[in-house]
Design a protein around this ligand. Structure first.
Ligand code: PHB
Length: 393
């Protein structure tokens, strides 16, 4: 087995949206990087994730020159419907905070970023194996991997970035005595479907009901994305299309909505948890995106948070590489502030809308009381609109 060695400024473990956006921003600042991923490009392209981009995420993609496909192929949403207690209530983001979000799936964000890396001659290696990092507290930290032909590679860098997702190997490199991990598990999951049908509404419907939560989202004029709260151990094989439609119709029907049905092309159970690892920097290794934090999907903050991390990281890395010693810690501090705001927002949306398995009638009525307070208060609705469309950085 041959071994090749190379040097770069920043070695990036994980070439999902966070890693690729970072590599793109660094290149614009004249900083070299090598990004690797254990998954093939096709595998990442076929992993369906959330579909809502905050307005600053849209701006980042367009203004940094990744692509403006998000504007042509995405759909602008100026609000959402909160459905509960027998009816729907629109939260008008545009009127409340002068902002909107864009419906544009994470898989498309990834494709745009991967295409931009290829277009700009970026060094990205997909489908690698045996990934490890070494010397993270030394001046020349290293990233090692084996390529598809079995050739071993070592890349010596000035900084290592772990943007390797929720199953990160990089976060385990932080010594146990120096790291803290914050967890919250939830006693439910989401059953997600893709179906071939016209949209059932122009905007997303977040529906609270006695049977549990449902979310009606979209993808295109002919493809829709929907979710309903389920048991984490739910078996997709036990759910025929008819049974899925009956459940979804019952949950939104309680609030006066009727869904357009069609063949279901994908069914998955999505795990649900909140997680943060602090700090986000140790020596010359920094974490970004899901490697450092996970949010439950209610509110679609995961991808947005990852993009916000790397926007700040690119800025601070540039300063660090020019000799500013405080820059990496400043990244960790700035990122964590937003992370905990998003943790709260996602937790709050989740607990306000989902039914706990042991919920009493009191608990369900109290949630309706909370939702009513929210939609009948300009202050409450504005708080939701600010969080959903994204806080300024
Ligand atoms: C989605 O379209 O997949 C989606 C939208 C909003 C969420 C979560 C997921 O809060």
């Amino acid at each position: 087995m041959t071994r090749t060695t190379a040097t770069t400024d920043v070695a990036i473990v994980g070439a999902g949206p966070a890693g690729l956006m970072l590599a793109h921003l660094l290149q614009r600042a004249g900083i070299d990087s090598v990004a690797i991923d254990i998954r093939s490009r096709e595998e990442i392209e076929n992993t369906h994730r959330a579909g809502i981009l905050e307005q600053d995420s849209v701006r980042l993609l367009v203004e940094s020159g990744v692509s403006d496909r998000v504007l042509c192929d995405g759909y602008r949403h100026a609000g959402i419907d909160l459905a509960f207690g027998g009816g729907g209530h629109r939260i008008d983001f545009e009127a409340l905070v002068g902002a909107s979000v864009q419906l544009y799936p994470q898989t498309d964000v990834f494709v745009d970023l991967a295409d931009a890396r290829a277009r700009d001659g970026g060094d990205v290696r997909f489908g690698v194996g045996e990934v490890s990092v070494a010397d993270i507290t030394g001046d020349r930290p290293r990233m090692r991997f084996t390529d598809a032909d079995g050739v071993r590679h070592e890349v010596a860098a000035r900084i290592l970035v772990g943007s390797d997702g929720s199953r990160s190997i990089c976060r385990h490199e932080f010594p146990e005595s120096l790291r803290r991990q914050f967890f919250r598990e939830y006693p439910f999951a989401w059953f997600g479907i893709l179906c071939e049908a016209p949209p059932s509404s122009e905007e997303l419907i977040y529906s609270h009901s006695e049977r549990g939560f449902a979310l009606i989202s979209q993808r295109t004029e002919t493809l829709q994305r929907m979710y309903f709260q389920c048991d984490p151990a739910e078996d997709v094989a036990a759910w025929s299309d008819d049974r899925v439609w009956e459940e979804l119709q019952a949950r939104v029907g309680a609030n006066g909505y009727v869904l357009e049905e069609g063949p279901i092309t994908s069914k998955v159970v999505l795990p649900f948890r909140s997680f943060v690892q602090e700090p986000m920097r140790h020596g010359n290794l920094v974490l970004a995106g899901d490697a450092a934090h996970t949010v439950p999907p209610t509110g679609a903050k995961g991808l947005n948070l990852a993009l916000a991390d790397v926007r700040v990281l690119a800025e601070e890395l540039e300063l660090h590489l020019r000799g500013d010693e405080g820059a990496l810690d400043r990244y960790a501090e700035r990122a964590l502030q937003r992370v905990w705001k998003a943790q709260h927002f996602s937790y709050w949306m989740t607990t306000m809308l989902h039914r706990l398995p042991e919920a009493s009638d009191f608990d369900v009525r109290r949630q309706v009381g909370e939702l009513t307070s929210l939609v009948t208060s300009t202050a409450g609705s504005t708080y939701l609109a600010e969080g959903y469309t994204g806080w300024p950085s």
